[in-house]
Write a protein that binds this ligand. Structure first.
Ligand code: NAP
Length: 501
């Protein structure tokens, strides 16, 4: 087996996955890297190699951008109705192949199969939404201040979009962008994470089967080593008009800087540090159920995952007791393919060590783990126990940094003002959660929380219909809603004069 050259285990069961592709996709062709180099994609549950894929470099990226640029010349002239129908066909095929897509997502990301199916449904909802939205990307006619003249504002597609996506939602983070940009009339080059290129390739395979014209979607796979050089080309090539990135704030800032050279549009969905605030009037049992979803979905590896639990002192003990028993009972660790498992492994060793390091640091400074607080080493090297920390202080790294793992940190608050002050004391501004039955308080919190998205009495906030995105260092731009498609358009002003003659 080829995988032996990496000194890794290969697994035969993956051969049954009919959407598994081991080549990149450029201009409608399944291709190798120009260098012929490959890298292995491993299952984080057991380190088995699922496939090896091309390790593309800057010259491969240029080829893909050229293909997208050539295709843009025809795609931009298609009607909204045509684009809508093509997106609808892609949606239908993805829906039909939900189980196959989910198996690939679970294999490469480690998340439980049920959650992977949920990701496919979520990711697909964007294809369906943008199939509809394509026909409603409207312009405006504005009464002019001059006689015999009219002001027209029309929306035109930007051009080639460089799409760079993370490993935590390897399918949905692609459809959320590509559905929108295709609806707008753009073409793209996608660079998925080294950890999860197979979901992206499977999505491209289904796009091909759905009849998405050649060159609109191009997928280049790269190892982490090549990501900076490939990313540079994707940000700086003159044919690229927009960089649409989802990932860490640190990498987002680098790409923002590179895009500045060419004054390119950026759409940045970056990291979060979500507060989860519970006031005494809240339905505590409901808040606890939602806390489990907001914290432990995808094993805590979600940008909108609740990071800081700010619990009012009147209900603190009750909340912590309920949280502890729910975590102990409901977080079942294991491989994502095993029935009943709710929390899989963390994505890679670096991520696992980061989570463990943050917990150790907090404990060394006085925090206490009521449940969890260590690796589940008997399961493998990337499994970390679902953890609840109390006695957490605002100065601890676990409180100021995005944990991106299965660790909940609790802090006691005594007033609304204090909750707001602590919640807003971060450079991130993605999502916030508030639990209260006091309507005035709900509106005040929504108004004063410095976050792009606020959920009142709910732990799940994402859908295709609302505008998803952050403020402050959590990003620029919105995904989903009609705004998501408009991100990929330029507003053109045409003055129509001499209308009377
Ligand atoms: P990441 O390290 O920033 O990576 C994101 C993507 O960028 C990956 O494809 C990565 O490739 C690539 N990349 C890394 N360095 C690059 C460079 N110099 N040039 C070009 N591309 C580069 O983030 P991650 O660890 O995958 O994902 C976790 C982060 O994403 C968290 O901070 C999370 O909050 C954020 N996130 C945000 C949202 C949102 O909607 N706001 C949604 C999901 C995740 P490799 O993986 O191969 O290095």
């Amino acid at each position: 087996m080829g995988f032996l050259r990496f000194g890794l285990k290969s697994c035969v069961q993956y051969r049954q996955l009919h959407l598994l592709r081991n080549q990149a996709y450029i201009n409608g062709q399944w291709v190798k890297a120009g260098s012929n180099v490959v890298f292995p994609v491993q299952n984080p549950a057991d380190d088995c190699v699922i496939a090896e894929v091309p390790d593309m470099d800057a010259s491969d990226a240029k080829n893909a951008i050229q293909a997208a640029a050539n295709t843009f010349e025809t795609w931009k002239n298609t009607t909204a109705k045509e684009r809508s129908h093509i997106l609808r066909r892609w949606f239908n095929l993805c829906e039909k192949n939900t189980d196959e897509l989910a198996k690939i997502i679970t294999a490469e990301s480690g998340k439980p199969l049920n959650e992977a199916r949920g990701e496919v449904a979520y990711g697909n909802s964007f294809l369906e939404w943008f199939a509809d939205t394509a026909r409603h990307i409207n312009g405006e006619i504005i009464p002019s201040p001059w006689p015999n003249k009219q002001i027209l504002l029309t929306r035109q597609p930007l051009g080639v979009v460089s799409v760079i996506t993370p490993w935590n939602f390897p399918f949905a983070m692609i459809t959320r962008k590509v559905g929108a940009l295709m609806a707008a009339g753009c073409t793209c080059v996608i660079k998925p994470s080294e950890d999860t290129p197979l979901s992206a390739l499977a999505a491209a395979e289904l796009a091909e089967q759905a009849g998405v014209p050649t060159g609109i979607i191009n997928v280049i796979t790269t190892s982490r080593k090549n990501a900076p050089s490939v990313g540079k080309v994707m940000c700086e090539d003159h044919s690229v008009r927009c960089i649409s990135f989802t990932g860490s704030t640190q990498v987002g800032k680098t790409l923002y800087g590179l895009a500045a050279n060419g004054v390119k549009r950026v759409a940045l969905e970056l990291g979060g540090n979500a507060p989860f605030i519970v006031f005494p009037s809240a339905d505590i049992e409901h808040a606890l159920d939602q806390a489990m979803l907001a914290k432990f979905r995808n094993n805590g590896q979600a940008c909108i995952g609740a990071n800081r639990f700010l619990i009012h002192e009147d209900i603190y003990d009750k909340f912590v007791k309920g949280f502890k028993s729910r975590i102990a009972q409901k977080c079942i660790l294991g491989p994502g393919t095993k029935e009943g498992v709710t929390c899989g492994p963390l994505i890679n060793t670096q991520q696992a060590n980061k989570v463990s390091g943050l917990v150790e640091d907090a404990i060394s400074k006085g925090a206490k783990a009521l449940v969890g607080g260590k690796f589940a080493a008997e399961l493998g090297s990337k499994y970390y126990e679902s953890t609840l920390l109390i006695n957490v202080k605002q100065s601890m790294s676990i409180f100021t940094e995005e944990i991106f793992g299965p660790v909940a940190t609790c802090l006691k608050i005594s007033s609304e003002d204090e909750a707001l002050k602590i919640a807003n004391s971060t450079r991130s501004g993605l999502a916030a959660y508030v639990f209260t039955k006091d309507l005035g308080q709900a509106f005040r919190m929504s108004n004063k929380l410095e976050f792009g998205m606020v959920a009142i009495n709910d732990g799940i906030i994402s859908a295709a219909e609302p505008a998803f995105g952050g403020i402050k260092e959590s990003g620029i731009g919105r995904e989903g809603s009609r705004h998501g498609a408009e991100e990929y358009t330029d507003l053109k002003y045409t003055l129509m004069s001499c209308l009377d003659k």
